[in-house]
Design a protein around this ligand. Sequence first.
Ligand code: ZN
Length: 425
Amino acid sequence: MALDVSRTLAFAQKTWDEEILPTLTEYVRIPAKSPMFDPDWKAHGHLDRAVAMIEQWSRARAIEGLRVEVVRLEGRTPLIFMEVPGRGDDTVLLYGHCDKQPEMVGWGEGLGPWTPVRRGDKLYGRGAADDGYAAFAALASIQALQAPGVPHARCVVLIEACEESGSYDLPHYVNALAARIGTPSLVVCLDSGCSDYEHLWTTTSLRGIVNGVLTVEVLTEGVHSGVASGIVPSSFRILRALLSRLEDERTGEILLRDLHADIPRERVEQARAVSGVLSKRITQLPFVPGGRPMHDDPLDALLAGTWRPALSITGAAGLPSPTDGGNVLRPMTAAKLSLRLPPTVSSAHAAKRLKETRRRTACACGSRRRRPATAGTRRRRRRGSRRRCAARRRTISAGPRCRRARAARSRSWRCWARAIRRRSS
Ligand SMILES: [Zn+2]
């Protein structure tokens, strides 16, 4: 039995306006910040209030066989587990989260994180979209199928409370509930973006991420720059040099070759098909006058933002504000790094490579100031890296590795050797 489109649309509109929006509006008022932004979440009780609100709303749905349960594992944020029996033994998992991002800044006139405001057909406030709507949308969709009697698979809805902190509690719940979840043939993750409201968007791939903090320490306390500069290496310069091993500072390209992926042809075609719509989104980014994207071609920009690795500095420490007085050589500089990875590159692998980068570089430019290289040192250094390169190749060929793995390893090594040479020259 097929869905009647206009009836379903009318049902969705009515349910949304009359049954979902009032509760979602109240949900915006709850500062249910993710544990990372509210370490005292348990004492504050906001997450529990958000969970209770969604639980109560869900229980009142006219969905046949719906079972709602709040599961609490010791010392972890709660999770809402819902189950709707279906026809056949297929299971569909619908996922969402009820914890929110912190307040942040930049709210428009009259708007705020915990103040729900309706303007036109939009509801403003924290959590309405990301990701408060998920539980409501999941159950309303099941209801939209059941109302006209359209058969559906068994549905499991998971609403976690830790997503904005990296979902560190979710795997524990998935393990604990594995038998009850079953083996879903489809996972609908209701927590992604859309580029306009005229199309139905699905996200086919997302980049992964590796976060880290890179700290450079050169002194135990600050010293006047008139006394120490030129003698003590600048912590900021070392930081800059270390970052340049990861990223070409002129182009923004990530230099670690094996953090790049071959983009599947069909993904390029799909990106091409939607690049027109998405280019609007790129031009809507809040560039300063004269500022422009790194890529002129929208397809290139789209692939750069979805399939290519990129580094962002999302925090810095050790540096006072530029308007602060004093001329002190900073004893320490730190940068918070956020490295986005192609969907097919494992973040564990990337984290390992980043650690290697740090290790290899720390000895080259940490405490020891490097003398300008003479032709002789350059030759010696080149020989050195070749020797190490050959040694490594030997260990690679000794292992039972396939040719592709060997090639990848030596490719990545060549990249290292190149980086070392670049540093030495
Ligand atoms: Zn989210």
